[in-house]
Design a protein around this ligand. Structure first.
Ligand code: SF4
Length: 115
C-alpha cells in the first residue's frame, strides 16, 4: 500500500510517498531533508501534533498557549477539553506552564498577560 503525505515539518510542504507493507514502512521518498522521513515514519506509526490554542484568564481575556511538545494526535480533542475548562491566573509570562503533564506535554503561554 502507498500513502501520500504532505510534510508539515517546515513551510516547504514536500509531498512524501510512503510505501507500507501492513504496518511496516518499506520506503519513504519525496523528502528534501531527513526531517521529512522522520515525519513520515511518525505520521504512519504514531502521529503527533503540537497544539496551539487559547486559554481563558481570570479576568475573562484570552491568552495564547501551545503544548511544549507534540501530543498524540488522537488526544488533541481531549487536550482541548481540558484547556477549555482551565482558567489561567494572572500575571502570565511567555513560557509559563499553565497546565503540566497534559498527555505528555506541558501547556505553556505564548504571550504575556498582566493583571
Ligand atoms: S521534507 Fe524537509 S524540506 Fe521538505 S517539508 Fe519536510 S522538513 Fe521541509
Amino acid at each position: 500500500m502507498n500513502r501520500t503525505l504532505t510534510c508539515i515539518a517546515c513551510p516547504l510542504g514536500c509531498t512524501l510517498s510512503v510505501e507500507l507493507e501492513g504496518k511496516d514502512i518499506i520506503s519513504v521518498s519525496g523528502n528534501t531533508c531527513p526531517r521529512g522521513k522522520e515525519y513520515a515514519i511518525s505520521e504512519c506509526t504514531h502521529p503527533v501534533r503540537t497544539l496551539t490554542t487559547t486559554m481563558r484568564c481570570e479576568n475573562g481575556e484570552l491568552v495564547s498557549v501551545k503544548t511544549s511538545k507534540p501530543i498524540p494526535k488522537e488526544r488533541v480533542f481531549d487536550a482541548l477539553a481540558v484547556i477549555n475548562k482551565t482558567v489561567a491566573r494572572l500575571p502570565i509570562a511567555v513560557g509559563d506552564v499553565l497546565i503540566s503533564d497534559l498527555f505528555g506535554s506541558d501547556v505553556v503561554a505564548t504571550m504575556e498577560k498582566r493583571k
